[in-house]
Design a protein around this ligand. Structure first.
Ligand code: NAD
Length: 344
């Protein structure tokens, strides 16, 4: 473990096995300097358990950075459940996982991530209080996606002001990759702001909806990054900006919701060299965890959430300004700020 390429002095890496329910899970606590670690649980079919460990290590570290940049008193952690092969009792599995979360003793608070629903959170809640993203309860915050979309939209405006000197997105063209929970809500904001939309998804139904609701132009998934646009917004999977795609990207701003947008860290400098302003993903997509943090505090306060979203805007502005002044990639400034805030 200590030699694992993604091990970054994680405070704790907990491995759980419960043959009765088929649970095999990892909870990685990266850093708790700012508070108990928080981050979603991913439920995924891994071809190799090693990939689950890689995900847990990488994603928990990313959560430390994201939570610090969002100004939250939370550390970074992540849960990963390896989806059992064949039939399994989902409720029993998530109850067993809830006991695993409880066993970490409050140093990790879970919420939804890929493959996990508010209903799964409800089951986890039967075993532990260290859970958020609930649909019901005194401080329930529900689906974080609309708040993530709001944060990305605000961040785009900051990027447009910095890169183009424009106060609004009116008349600009935004290429949105992925019209899921976040991407579709983001399109709503962009449409309301008078932006033109070019979109791609692998789900035909949602594309038709976007055509009807926003007058969006639809392109094939493998073409979206290369369309003529002012902003490219990756809102699907990770790795949207790679050696293969970057040469074809025509937008001068990359700002989206997806985690791990850069296939490799050197893509940040490559963007800068091509005159593309890249909004670091773990800063611009912090809206969802801000929403979750409001629930963790025990009292959901919309004004507090708004205030933290405004904080994200200021942070992005500083990152863009410092990166321009120092002629470095935006991630150089953002990573340094995150490490300072984490005290590492
Ligand atoms: P989602 O699963 O609801 O949406 C993803 C969408 O991408 C789906 O509509 C899917 O069909 C589409 N898609 C998949 N492969 C594609 C491809 N090759 N080309 C185009 N579209 C493709 O997920 P989401 O909750 O909207 O999250 C989107 C991204 O934002 C993810 O990377 C997620 O990790 C990240 N994120 C989400 C939140 C949140 O609050 N939901 C917060 C922070 C970061």
């Amino acid at each position: 473990m200590f030699d694992h390429p993604d091990f970054d002095d994680h405070e704790g890496v907990h491995v759980f096995s419960d043959p009765k329910t088929g649970l095999r899970a990892i909870i990685a606590v990266h850093n708790t300097n700012r508070g108990p670690s928080a981050g979603g649980t991913r439920f995924w079919s891994y071809a190799d358990p090693k990939h689950a460990m890689t995900d847990a290590l990488r994603l928990s570290k990313a959560m430390s950075f994201k939570n610090a940049m969002a100004g939250l008193d939370l550390g970074g952690g992540k849960g990963v459940i390896l989806r059992p092969e064949g039939d399994f009792d989902r409720e029993a599995l998530f109850a067993a996982y809830g006991r695993a979360v409880e066993a970490v003793g409050g140093r990790y608070i879970t919420a939804e991530d890929v493959g996990v629903s508010p209903n799964d959170m409800r089951v986890i809640k039967t075993q532990t209080d260290y859970v958020a993203g609930l649909d019901e309860g005194p401080a329930a915050s529900g689906d974080p996606s609309p708040v993530t979309a709001d944060g990305v939209f605000r961040g785009m405006k900051v990027a447009v002001l910095h890169a183009k000197g424009l106060e609004s997105l009116k008349g600009l063209t935004v290429a949105v990759q992925g019209l899921g929970h976040v991407g579709y809500a983001l399109c709503g904001h962009l449409h309301d702001a008078g932006a033109h939309l070019i979109v791609a998804d692998i789900n035909a139904e949602v594309l038709e909806q976007a055509k009807q609701a926003f007058g969006a132009v639809v392109v094939k998934p493998d073409a979206i990054h290369a369309v003529e646009a002012d902003i490219y917004a990756p809102c699907a999977l990770g790795g949207a900006v790679s050696k293969a795609t970057l040469p074809d990207i025509r937008a001068s701003i990359i700002a989206g919701a997806a985690n791990n947008q850069l296939a490799t860290p050197d893509m940040a400098e490559a963007c800068r060299k091509r005159g593309i302003l890249y909004a670091p993903d773990y800063v611009i997509n912090g809206g969802g965890i801000i929403n979750v943090a409001a629930e963790v505090s025990g009292h959901y306060d919309k004004a507090w959430v708004d205030n933290k979203l405004a904080g994200l805007e200021s942070t992005l502005k500083v990152i863009f300004e410092q990166a321009s002044e120092q002629e470095v990639a935006t991630t150089v400034v953002a990573d340094k700020m995150a490490r300072e805030r984490l005290g590492v």
